[in-house]
Design a protein around this ligand. Structure first.
Ligand SMILES: Nc1ncnc2c1ncn2[C@@H]1O[C@H](COP(=O)(O)OP(=O)(O)O)[C@@H](O)[C@H]1O
Ligand SMILES: [Mg+2]
Length: 332
């Protein structure tokens, strides 16, 4: 582990990072820092640039412009030094299915030059954290996708890294496995003092993070705590379920300038109690249901981008992932 950074040194410092793939501008002058011990989320739809960002920080990919430091170590000047500070769980599964859990972790420790005794100890410790001790000698291919994801977390921490990068750790997992994954992430942060940077396109997941960086088309749109984001960019929404299609069409036309979505249910940007009351007075008998929704992170994304995040179709990559297939089969 590199100990050069003092307590004041941010875990991650990024200034003006830019990356192009041909004509695609994947990252556009991205700047932010992640404090030590922080649980930091990079939130954005598919194609936002999250994986590109993580690959640059892991020194797999070179930025075209800008600079970045991991724990005070410049990733361009000392990529190996930077790497020793981080553990990574990639978006694509990368375990060896034909090896056991312990064998996978041991191989990783060897590659990172962790001495035998420390390695053995650390492996058992990390298996215990992700509750896979009973599975240590099982072949990885016999594990569920949630267990494989947990094993990848354990592997990322075998070389005693203090900063953990997780790229979409919950994609393809069922609700229960997703909750469990997040409880490990929180536990690692709280009990082991790790800095965690996690990317996701699931907006509901970032509610418990310390800070959220909203990214879209390679640009940072906002960075703050979930509460501050909601206070500043959040929007109260009104969900109207009309009695019939005719009523729906009329309401939609009347409130055309406030419509977020109209698919049977009409979602409007609300404007306080008087607005709701006026709508109710006018259309009350023709409305089946009316619900006011407090400003949510979903509405933050909406007001920052003009789109709803949940409408994003899964990319080919996500689909293959959800079926538990190996990477490399997607069409990109
Ligand atoms: N190897 C690549 N070659 C060309 N374009 C790429 C490559 N990887 C990513 N892109 C493009 O860069 C943009 C950002 O992609 P990515 O970093 O994977 O976003 P995210 O992880 O947020 O889904 C997208 O437009 C994507 O199509
Ligand atoms: Mg990605």
């Amino acid at each position: 582990m590199n100990m050069s950074g003092s307590d004041e040194t941010p875990a991650v410092l990024i200034e003006g990072l830019t990356k192009r793939y041909g004509r695609t501008l994947a990252l556009d002058k991205v700047s932010f820092d992640v404090k030590r011990g922080e649980l930091f989320a990079l939130l954005g739809p598919n194609g936002a640039g999250k994986t590109t960002m993580l690959h640059i920080l892991c020194t797999i990919l070179r930025a075209d412009e800008g600079r970045a430091q991991i724990n005070g170590v410049d990733i361009a000047k000392d990529p190996l030094g930077a790497r020793l500070n981080i553990g990574v769980v990639f978006q694509e599964p990368s375990l060896d299915d034909r090896l056991t859990c312990v064998e996978n972790l041991n191989f990783h420790g060897l590659v990172y030059g962790v001495p035998a005794y420390a390695r053995a100890k650390r492996i058992e410790q990390m298996l215990a954290v992700v509750e896979l001790s009973d599975w240590r000698d099982r072949l990885v291919r016999t594990l569920s996708s949630g267990m494989k994801r947990r094993l990848e977390i354990a592997r990322a921490l075998v070389h005693d890294s203090r900063i953990l990068f997780l790229d979409e750790p919950t994609v393809g997992l069922d609700a229960q496995a997703r909750d469990r994954m997040w409880s490990y992430i929180r536990q690692l942060r709280e009990q082991h003092g790790l800095t965690v940077v996690v990317t996701t396109h699931y907006i509901e997941e970032v509610e418990g993070c310390d800070r959220v960086c909203v990214i879209d088309h390679g640009k940072v749109l906002a960075i703050d705590t979930p509460a501050a984001l909601k206070a500043r960019h959040g929007q109260e929404l009104l969900r109207v379920t009309p009695r019939d299609a005719a009523a729906g069409a009329e309401i939609a036309a009347d409130y055309a300038d406030r419509i977020v979505r109209h698919d049977g249910e009409i979602v409007l940007r609300s404007d306080g109690d008087a607005f709701v009351e006026a709508l109710f007075n006018k259309y009350g008998p023709r409305i089946r249901r009316l619900a006011v929704e407090e400003p949510s992170l979903e509405s933050v994304f909406l007001s920052l981008t003009g789109r709803e995040l949940r409408d994003q179709a899964a990319s080919a990559r996500d689909v293959t992932y959800a079926f538990g297939k190996r990477g490399g089969e997607h069409t990109k």
